[in-house]
Design a protein around this ligand. Sequence first.
Ligand code: SF4
Length: 321
Amino acid sequence: MEGVPHRLIEGAIIAAYASDVHEAYIYINAEANLSADRMQIAIEQAYANGLLGDSVLSSGYALEMQIVRGAGGYVCGDETTLLNTMEGQRREPRQRPPFPTEAGLWGQPTVINNAETLSSVPYILANGADAFAAIGTEDDKGTKIISLSGAVLHGGLVEVPMGTTLREIIYDMGGGTPGDAELTAIAVGGPSSGIFPVSMLDTPIKPGFIHESGVMLGAGGVIALDDSVSIVDMMRKLAAYNANESCGKCTPCREGTPRMVELVDNLISGQASVSDLDELRQLAELVNAASLCGLGQAAGNPVLSVLHFFGDELAMMANRS
Ligand code: SF4
């Protein structure tokens, strides 16, 4: 949205035309001011050039497009929370069914796609599905925008083919660690995902889960961690983020996410026993299984992945207490 806003607008126009709808909204979260400013300019340019309005490209097809600012917070990424905030309702998900395609904004059928998906549409229409399918791997086609940060020389956004390995992202695109510091782990996906040890550097990215321990590609975050960062502290940060962002609507997430942070705090302060690690695992699995929306359904993943890959270190910490 900041760099190529017209690509998203074009994808949204095509999607709207294909769905035979005449109103389109670009929902931009409250924190993304630069995105909103640039999208607004691009929408005005599209109107001025006849790409939006009463008769798109003189076709007789009418499409109005406007920006709606989000209510702030991670949970607004849930599509039904997004709808609630657009209607001035509480910032929390709706029970499904009905799904938005049946009863969405103001009770009307609503198609919701994310910006990355819509931005792929112009390329596919211009070059053909085969050209798009040729990018990536046999099973996972297309590209993914990766947000690379942490202990790398060149952080930022990079669009890569599916199948690109974490090693290529961190070393070839990110230039490796500053001062050749030792890479100790990689946080992949975002706060709803998990942490890999360095031994998983050659893992290729793909949509959904990239490891059964709870590591997902998610929003495409890749954070390189060096030995200045403690894995347990990182796990706590991710768990605390999810607890803070919980909207409180459902009990497993509202009560379970802070309890996970509490158990991790006990571990860090030397007050956790080995049985507390079992409780932590069970709690993470329960929160994932019983929560209402995507935030809670993935909130246990940072804990589960660290227990899976760094379980020995956690057991040593627990044994010391
Ligand atoms: S899972 Fe968490 S964020 Fe989602 S509805 Fe339940 S309390 Fe709210």
